[in-house]
Design a binder for this molecule. Structure first.
Ligand code: PGU
Length: 403
């Protein structure tokens, strides 16, 4: 008999979103005629911009012609796409050679466990995208530790609440090898200021930590003075990896395309290059993102494509505004939603799961319970603004008619 992997056994029963899906199906089985509106998983609803569709079509046609057919590609991604990510999304703050094209941010978050191995400690914002903790546990970095009510021992949870403006209080005791940071944040919708990111970089330098900066929602930042990338902060190239995605940028959630940036300057404590090891990991267990997806991504990162992206982002940001106003009018508390497609909502006198169940059963609105993102999420629910406008307007009506 084969022993079950003890690291898997340590994980909570199921990943958050399949659990929500299970409850949704149970609700629909019991209420087959209900018109359920999903403000739950952060999945996009608008069609992919035409520029990318043209890129997909042309790449598909090339694959069907012996003269232009290509097979395996460069593991790090097409040169043109890497160039455009470096120049159009990072304004030249990173070099194309430091950009690694992936099949999505989540997949690279998982592969990072192989890069860093079991011996590292991690700290993260609490609440946070559950993949940071779950992939770390899967990767075995909790060692002999086990799960407690408040989370995993051995993983440092840095509370982010309305009291600290959703930016963690960084003390010497919260130091860890890896510091996961997501801005604009999933789930709170909070966006870090330049000053806050400066303090984060200074902290990482002081403690010789590596920041894993997740900027999956950077395109939603409306205020041009707010930083979209950690590399806008001086010195960040020596301490940070940045992970990004086409999912929320252009509706590629099903197509699958993202990137990871590993700067040349980033080293381990023995002076060896992190980038060299990432080369080794990706060339060994990743054969590159789909060439069709990459062609669609490259076509998006043109003036024409980016204008189409801006329209899409405006639409989702307007959804967030509509939802936020409705929530405030209902007398609930609402955070986020200004530079992120998520609202972080607190309904008086309810725990996260009570609010989730009440909205599901009484309002037929599917949300995500905040406590699923970490202990400090208790009392909150997350609402996604990535749905269709007609659904958002119906949700607005149902929320405003709440007793
Ligand atoms: N990073 C953050 C912060 C995310 O919120 C998500 C998706 C990803 C990465 C994944 O990006 P991909 O490039 O598509 O892999 N978060 C969604 C979807 C749930 C999930 O498990 O991925 C959400 O609802 O939180």
């Amino acid at each position: 008999m084969v022993h079950r992997n003890p690291d898997i056994a340590k994980l909570a029963g199921s990943y958050l979103f399949p659990e929500i899906h299970r409850r949704k199906l149970a609700f629909l089985q019991a209420n087959p005629t209900a018109k359920l509106i999903s403000l739950g998983i952060g999945d996009t609803s608008l069609p992919i911009p035409p520029a990318s569709i043209q890129g997909f079509v042309e790449a598909s046609q090339q694959l069907g012609d012996a003269a232009t057919y290509t097979g395996y590609g460069a593991e790090k991604g097409h040169a043109i796409l890497r160039e455009r990510i470096a120049h159009k999304l990072f304004n030249g703050l990173v070099n194309a050679d430091e950009v690694y094209v992936s099949d999505g941010a989540k997949c690279d978050l998982g592969r990072l466990q192989i890069l860093f191995g079991r011996g590292v400690t991690i700290a993260l914002q609490d609440p946070a995208y559950p993949v940071y903790v779950d992939s770390a546990v899967l990767g075995g970095i909790t060692g002999g530790y086990s799960r407690t009510i408040a989370g995993y021992e051995g993983i440092r949870y840095l509370p982010c609440t309305p009291n600290n403006g959703f930016f963690p209080t960084l003390t010497d005791s919260s130091k860890a090898d890896l510091l996961y940071f997501c801005s604009p944040n999933n789930p709170t919708g909070a966006v870090a200021t330049r000053e806050q990111l400066k303090s984060l970089v200074a902290y990482a330098k002081k403690h010789r930590s590596i920041i894993v900066f997740d900027s999956a929602y950077a395109p939603y930042i409306q205020d041009k003075t707010l930083p979209r990338s950690i590399y806008e902060i001086e010195g960040a190239r020596e301490v940070a990896i940045e992970i990004g995605s086409f999912s929320k940028l252009a509706g590629f959630t099903g197509v699958r395309l993202g990137w990871t940036v590993i700067p040349q300057e980033l080293t381990f404590d023995d002076g060896s290059s992190v980038k060299t090891d990432w080369d080794r990991v990706t060339t060994t267990i990743f054969n590159g993102a789909s060439n069709i997806a990459q062609a669609g991504g490259a076509a998006l990162l043109t003036d024409e494509g980016l204008a189409q992206v801006a329209e899409m982002i405006n639409y989702y940001n307007s959804n967030a505004r509509i939802l936020k106003e409705a929530v405030l009018k209902a007398g609930w508390e609402a955070f986020g939603g200004d530079h992120a497609p998520y609202l972080w909502v607190r309904i008086p006198q309810m725990t996260s799961w009570q609010a989730f169940e009440w909205l599901l059963n009484d309002k037929h609105l599917l949300t995500t319970p905040g406590v699923g993102f970490g202990p400090s999420g208790e009392g909150f629910i997350r609402m996604s603004a990535l749905g269709k406008r007609s659904d958002v307007l119906e949700a607005e009506f149902r929320i405003q008619n709440s007793e």
